[in-house]
Design a protein around this ligand. Structure first.
Ligand code: NAP
Length: 659
């Protein structure tokens, strides 16, 4: 067995002189762009390239956070930063690479701490420095590829289920490493959830320059928070750029996966759109199906008798014209929050059935387009995009994690968990009251009874203004039954409707429920997980399921902040180390040791027991009916990054060598 591997140190590559020369080639365009672009990344870049920290020192007290509106830098200071940066870029374009590009952890930490207005800890510095160079470190896997003969790699064919954001990421990294793989995708194209969800208003509520692969930055996002089409196209672009389509079998559903102990391989049963079954086999299995891909369709009495269109947000029927119709929308979660305000102006009547309440808060950038200058700088100025992403990572990463932790000494446990949670609740309440100041009846109906973050925190997409519209009614308590042409609420009142939209979420806890999944010794995954209690070591590996690596598996969804792209990249790097370990060791199989898996899940449960989920008033899709949190991660991003940074082979049992 080889020694524990650690992730290679980030390669601090120097950007070529030519790239700087290109950035300053048109000084008029450069200056115009920088006048419009965010000043803080300019400040940090200037410090990086020049090694001078005097501007950082001057600006420090005027920056209070990582978001681009969290500074009070004067126009004069912005001009100084801009002109110093232009001069530095010009200098850099004329000289061979300077050592200043090569950021030391201390230099990076100092600049970033100034940029986010708070001290950035060593662990964050280490993680973000690696992120900072992500675009440049792909060479690592390419280099490794050269050390292993193709014949050895060929014996480890990887079968990936799903061409969504995690399956694509896995494919990209396997391709770089020269390891054969096939992706099976039930849809006609890539994109997974961002392909399937095309309801009106569908968008991401995490900033895009962070909600994207670190190795594939996109300077052209049109908005800070992109709409669905743009995100889906980004994933399509990745599939094309990395030439993945020829590895993907579209419109092919994996209906069964069985591990053959004797052959040490996974055998799949596949079904095409005609229902014809075929088979495939490979040594490694990577289910990358996500947790939010099976709509939860409520079993509402009489719904078959309705007589009009009824559809779920994730199965939006684009043939139905909503204009002038009476729409009943069931559910007020993240999807309902986006659908409601988008369709309200065009429908005759929107009746919203609210079963539980949700906290939401506004974000100044939520509807803003990206400034042209920032886009130019992202596309043309070396390192600008990396600084931009690092700032966003900090701003939307772990800052809220402390708010989710129970303080046992806290004196107002019925409404909040600790002092920070309480202060945040006050802010949320102030927003709600300000929005509904003229409608006390709606305040009564909307103030949540549980602490912030008890359910997924929503971005206010104009929700309270929506509720005040003349053609909108908010009905509390959910749906009792449906009759022809109407929905009956819990108080027995009838609401006439032409169309029912189910914004009722997903069956998150029933992970892989539709796949017959059988591991070693004929072990069915349901005998380990039951119907709705999925668990995995690091959310990735499961005993008795050799060579199976889950992506976006149990307890990996993020609830306090962060980006699924980041978590996916952590998982993919870990899986790539497992694949390397298998190939380099010539092992037939590896499986996580049961005590390691059990201990990890005990730690997950213990962490969750100290978090907001322990609050008696909290109900959400993160928990299974027994009350165990199976969907979301309790860890900070940086904790998970550390946990997945280095494979420890002693956590695994390895099976005999492949001949
Ligand atoms: P959700 O958050 O689970 O919300 C479902 C809503 O339907 C809730 O209001 C729920 O009420 C209600 N509901 C469920 N069953 C019901 C029933 N039988 N009768 C009446 N009401 C019922 O689902 P979602 O809005 O689709 O969002 C799911 C997740 O997808 C999000 O949390 C998020 O992770 C992701 N998402 C993200 C974005 C984004 O912008 N990034 C957008 C959409 C979705 P209760 O609250 O009482 O359960």
């Amino acid at each position: 067995m080889s020694q524990p591997m650690s992730r290679d140190a980030p390669r601090q590559s120097l950007v070529s002189q030519a790239e700087f020369a290109q950035a300053v080639a048109d000084e008029v365009a450069l200056r115009a762009a920088l006048m419009d672009a965010d000043p803080v990344p300019q400040l940090l870049l200037q410090a990086q390239l020049s090694g001078d920290t005097d501007l950082l020192d001057q600006a420090r007290s005027q920056i209070t956070g990582g978001w681009n509106y969290m500074h009070t830098l004067s126009p004069a200071m912005c001009e100084t930063i801009r002109e110093r940066l232009i001069a530095t870029l010009k200098q850099r374009a004329q000289h061979t690479p300077s050592h200043h590009d090569d950021l030391s952890p201390a230099g990076f930490g100092r600049a970033l701490s100034t940029g986010v207005g708070a001290p950035v800890g060593d662990d964050y510095v280490q993680m973000l420095l690696e992120e900072f160079n992500a675009e440049k470190v792909d060479a690592r896997s390419v280099a490794w590829r050269r050390t292993i003969p193709e014949a050895a790699r060929a014996r480890y064919h990887v079968l990936i289920i799903g061409a969504g954001l995690s399956g694509l990421c896995m494919g990209i990294k396997l391709r770089e490493a020269g390891i054969p793989f096939t992706i099976f995708e039930k849809n006609a194209t890539v994109g997974g959830t961002w392909y399937e969800n095309n309801y009106p208003g569908c968008a991401v509520d995490i900033p895009n320059h962070f909600y994207s692969y670190a190795f594939e930055p996109n300077a052209q996002w049109s908005r800070h928070f992109a709409r669905r089409d743009e995100l889906w196209k980004y994933l399509e672009h990745c599939a094309d750029k990395y030439d993945l389509r020829r590895h993907i079998r579209f419109q092919t559903e994996v209906v069964a996966a069985r591990y053959d102990d004797a052959q040490a391989e996974w055998q799949l049963t596949l079904r095409d759109t005609q229902g014809i079954q075929t088979h495939a086999a490979g040594r490694i299995l990577v289910p990358a199906v996500g947790q939010l891909n099976r709509p939860a369709i409520p079993n509402i009495e009489g719904i078959q008798t309705f007589g009009g269109p009824v559809f779920h947000t994730a199965r939006w029927d684009t043939s139905v014209d909503l204009r002038g119709q009476r729409v009943a929308m069931v559910g007020t979660g993240a999807s309902g929050m986006q659908v409601g305000p988008t369709i309200a102006p065009e429908v005759a009547q929107l009746t919203i059935f609210q079963r539980g309440r949700h906290w939401c808060f506004p974000h100044p950038n939520y509807h803003r387009s990206m400034q042209a200058g920032t886009r130019w700088a992202l596309a043309n100025i070396p390192y600008f995009a990396s600084w931009y992403r690092a700032l966003l990572f900090w701003a939307s990463g772990d800052l809220m994690h402390p708010l989710l932790q129970v303080d046992p000494t806290w004196t107002q446990p019925e409404v909040s968990l600790n002092a920070e949670s309480h202060a945040f609740r006050e802010k949320l309440l102030a927003h709600l009251h300000a929005e509904l100041a003229d409608r006390p009846d709606l305040i009564e109906k909307t103030v949540p009874t549980f602490p912030p973050y008890g359910k997924r925190m929503l971005r206010d997409n104009g929700w309270f203004q929506l509720l005040k519209r003349d053609n909108v009614a908010l009905v509390e308590g959910g749906v009792a039954r449906v009759e022809p042409g109407a929905v009956i609420d819990r108080h027995g009142q009838r609401h006439a409707a032409d169309i029912i939209v189910l914004a009722t979420g997903f069956q998150a806890t029933r992970l892989l429920a539709e796949l017959s999944l059988v591991g070693e010794d004929n072990t069915n995954i349901r005998s380990l997980w039951g119907e709705d209690n999925p668990q995995a070591f690091l959310g990735i590996t499961v005993p008795k399921f050799p060579n199976m690596f889950l992506l976006q598996g149990p307890n990996t969804i993020l609830s306090h902040g962060g980006s699924m792209f980041f978590h996916t990249e952590c998982q993919v790097r870990y899986v790539m180390q497992c694949v390397r370990e298998l190939i380099e060791g010539g092992h037939a199989a590896m499986q996580v040791r049961a005590p390691v898996y059990e201990e990890f899940n005990r730690r997950v449960d213990a962490a969750h027991a100290q978090m907001v989920w322990a609050h008696p008033g909290v109900k959400n899709w993160y928990k299974n009916p027994a009350g165990r949190v199976t969907a979301v991660s309790p860890w900070r991003l940086v904790d998970y990054w550390k946990m997945t940074a280095a494979l420890d082979p002693s956590h695994y049992r390895f099976a005999a060598s492949v001949d």
